[in-house]
Each structure stands twice: as C-alpha cells, then as structure tokens.
Design a protein around this ligand. Structure first.
Ligand SMILES: [Zn+2]
Length: 478
C-alpha cells in the first residue's frame, strides 16, 4: 500500500551513500512512499515538516543475516562455541518454541532492528516447527512494518524434544512453502519477500542441496540464504565450487560467513552476481576466521553485514561495523607485524564499512533499485541520527560519527516506505510495557522447559556432524 503522506525533512546533513557523493546540507522530500526530491527547495503546502536540526539523514541500514526468533534468548549464548550453539540453541531451545514465542521473537527482534536504524532485514528462519510457526514468524515481521526477506528454513528440530518435533519428513515443509508462495507471497511487490534457507549445505550430501535449490527455483525464492565456509569447520567442502561446477550458482545466493572461501570461489560468486553476508561478531567468537567482506569486495562480489544471533550479542549494525573494520585492520596489521613492518595506511575505511551496511546490503539482496541510497525515485527507507548527544557531538565527519560513535539511542527517527516507524526517539504504536512483559514470560518458559531436556541426543547429533566434517578440530579437542 502506497503511503500518501508528504514529508519534508529540513536542515539535514544528507549522507546519500551514493558512491563518490559527499555529505550535503539540505532537505529531503518524501511523497507517495518514495524520495521525491533532495536539496534546497520550498516545502509543498501539504507537507509534514520535520526539522532535523543538523542531524544526519541517511538510508536505512540493511541487515543481511539474522535468526530473529532468538530475540528472547538474548545473552544465553554469550560464552558459547559453535558446538554449544548447535547443541543448545539449534537443537534444544528451538524445540520448545510455540508459535506465539516465534511471533514474539520475530516481532520484538524486528522492532529492535528498526529502533537501531535497520529498515531491511533478512530473516534466516530455522524455527519452523509447524505451519503455525511459519505464519507466526511472518506475522511478526509484518506487524513490525520493516522491509524484510523471509527465508523459509528447512531445518528439522531433533525428535528428542517434544512437543514440537518432527521425524525429518520434508513433505509438509515443501507444501508449507508452496502455500506461502501461492498466498502471502503471491506478489513480489510487497515489503516482505519470500526466500529459502536450505539444509545446512556442509552437513548434507550435495544432492540434497541440489534438490533444495531446485525447490527454491520452483517457488521463485528471491534469496537463497546458506551458511558456508566457516573456517576450520568447513574442511575443504567448497560448496560454492561445487555449485559452480554443477551450473547451479546464480544471483539468488546469499552466502553467509564464508571466511574460508577460496579466492577462486570469491571470483565465482562475483561472476555469478551472488552476494556475501559477513557477521563479524559470530565469526570472531566462534572460530570461523576473519570476516570475509573485505576480500569479497576486493574480488568484485556484492558484500554486506549481518547481525546473526541476538541470543549472543546486540541487534544493531553499529557494533558489526566496528567489529568488521577493526578485525580487517588487525588482520592486515598482523601480516605486516610478522614481517617486522608497521602499517603506513589502512585499507578498509569507515566509508567502506558504512557502504557494506547500506548500499552493499541492497546490492547483495538485489534490491539496489529500491533501497540502499537516498536518490530520487527510491523507496523512502531512511533514518535520522542525532548529532547533539554526548557521544556524537560535534560529529565533524558524518561517516566516522555513524560508524564509531553512534548507537541505537542516537537513531531518533526511522521511516520505511514513507511511513514513520520511529519518531522523536520512540517506536510508533508500540506498547512496550505489555510487549516486554510477554517477551519476558516467553523467555522464562522456554528456558525452564529446555533445562529439563536431556542434552545427550543433540550432543550425539552434533558429535556426528563434527566428526564427519571437521576431524582436525575434533582431534584437537580430544
Ligand atoms: Zn546464521
């Protein structure tokens, strides 16, 4: 639905994120849900006037990878390895989610993203224990008003944990995803698009992945989101190379993590038009290697940033930008240090990392014709960041201030498709007292019930997974 409101944002420091364009001072005019004009001009008579008073106006941030359902398990994974995460989060807690828990996780998690200036989010949704869970997840996205890609997860929770356990039969899942394509997602013009999150490519035979990809094509998935090449866990599986050799590599792919992608594979991704999502905090914590976004960019591939698991850390991209830029610099510095040299310049600049979180995300998701920059004709997905707070003033260099100094509390206003979802520091239409209480109750029930679960079965499944895929890691641990 087109938003008919006309809005004039004035006195802004406009950071369009168009390549080569510097910050400019002026106005932004929004009409019919789109950006109608940028610069200096008189306000139309019917316009809502918003005085940005020196605030930074820029495109909404784009988070290309998150498991939003984990919102109410915030802090649970803080000191976990990937092994712990697989046993407890993916194979235990997930089995105790009822549909309303999924709704709350997705609704509150997406509101959290909007509150932090993220206007587009990819939901890699592997909590779909029943069609009711599916509908709840999508409703949470819809109610938030964010722009999103809902990637239908084919993950099967282990049958050890009733009541939401299934036997691995995929037929109802395929039928469920087809139902969505024919109903909720019958058109691709809405704010929420349908994608697919196949079986974990490195834990199933390639033929299973090939079948998933045929299914993705059948339902015309906008995005195919895959965890791949996770450092030492990958052990030379080279999923991207296999896709390339099978003629299956296409622009719909969104490869997540990817630290151990070879240079050849990055070139294959670039040539295919597919994209990369680096999630620096996960990768640095869980031994997946250095975030690959800089290598991917240098190879000519679309590259972007994602938050990944809010059960561990914050749900904003400011933290991810900082992790990304400093880990890339540390990696480069370490190479020099090993040669007894000191750095004389930095390769990844603040502007580059802000690009990853905006237009880079839009390119990665093949949405750059709609979002990612502030340009006339694009969707009015934009944010205003205050510069008068104690952590922002004087914000002399706008890009550096956003990357290094800003946090969610500095995002004063957020607009998606011409409609305000956050205004003057508060989310619009959200009763947080009631909603927060529901989220708290959901967290307590899941954690209590899951604490009774026997970890032996999920542990044995993950042991098998590690034994098959990562013998050196396994051997080192024993
Ligand atoms: Zn993930």
């Amino acid at each position: 639905m087109v938003n008919p409101r006309t809005v004039l944002i004035r006195n802004a420091r406009i950071l369009s994120m168009v390549d080569g364009a510097d910050e400019v001072r002026g106005n932004v005019l929004v009409q019919g849900g789109k950006i109608a004009a940028l610069g200096t001009f008189e306000a139309p008579a019917d316009a809502e006037i918003v005085d940005a008073a020196g605030g930074i106006v820029m495109p909404g941030l784009v988070d290309t990878h998150r498991h939003i359902w984990q919102t109410q398990l915030r802090t649970t994974a803080a000191d976990w390895t990937l092994y712990d995460y697989l046993v407890h989060m993916r194979m235990t807690y997930s089995s105790f989610y009822k549909p309303d828990d999924v709704y709350l996780g997705n609704y509150v998690g997406t509101l959290e993203a909007l509150n932090a200036g993220i206007t587009t989010i990819v939901d890699h949704c592997h909590i779909l224990n029943s069609p009711e869970h599916t509908d709840a997840a999508i409703q949470g996205l819809k109610d938030s008003q964010a722009r999103a890609i809902f990637c239908y997860g084919l993950f099967v929770n282990p049958s050890s944990h009733a009541p939401f356990a299934y036997d691995g039969n995929m037929e109802w899942r395929y039928a469920d995803a087809r139902r969505l394509r024919n109903t909720t997602f019958s058109s691709d013009s809405g704010k929420i698009l349908l994608g697919l999150a196949p079986h974990e490519p490195e834990s199933v035979p390639f033929e299973v992945s090939a079948g998933d990809l045929a299914f993705a094509r059948e339902i015309a998935a906008h995005t195919v989101s895959c965890h791949v090449a996770m450092g030492a866990y990958d052990q030379g599986f080279q999923f991207v190379r296999r896709l390339h050799e099978a003629g299956l590599l296409d622009p719909q792919f969104l490869f997540v993590h990817g630290a151990s992608l070879t240079d050849d594979e990055l070139k294959m991704i670039a040539d295919s038009g597919a994209g990369i999502s680096s999630t620096p905090e996960t990768e640095l914590q869980m031994g997946m290697g250095y975030p690959v976004a800089l290598r991917a960019r240098n190879a000519g591939a679309h590259a972007s940033l994602g938050v990944d698991i809010v059960s561990n850390y914050s749900g904003d991209l400011f933290a991810q930008m900082r992790m990304m830029i400093q880990s890339a610099r540390a990696q480069g510095n370490a190479i020099l240090e090993a040669r007894g040299e000191a750095p004389r310049h930095v390769e990844l600049k603040t502007r580059d990392v802000l690009r990853l979180a905006t237009v880079g995300g839009a390119e990665t998701l093949r949405l750059a014709d709609r979002i990612g920059t502030l340009e006339v004709g694009k969707q009015a997905d934009l944010i205003i960041i205050r510069t008068d707070t104690i952590n922002m003033l004087p914000a002399t260099h706008a890009v550096a201030a956003v990357v290094y100094n800003a946090g969610p509390g500095d995002v004063s206003d957020v607009m998606v498709e011409g409609a305000w979802v956050k205004r003057s520091g508060s989310l619009v239409g959200v009763d947080w007292t009631t909603l927060g209480g529901r989220l708290q109750a959901s967290a307590e029930r899941i954690l209590t019930e899951a604490s009774e679960a026997n970890p032996a079965i999920p542990s044995s499944i993950v042991d098998t997974f590690f034994r098959n895929l990562t013998p050196p890691v396994r051997a080192a641990a024993e």
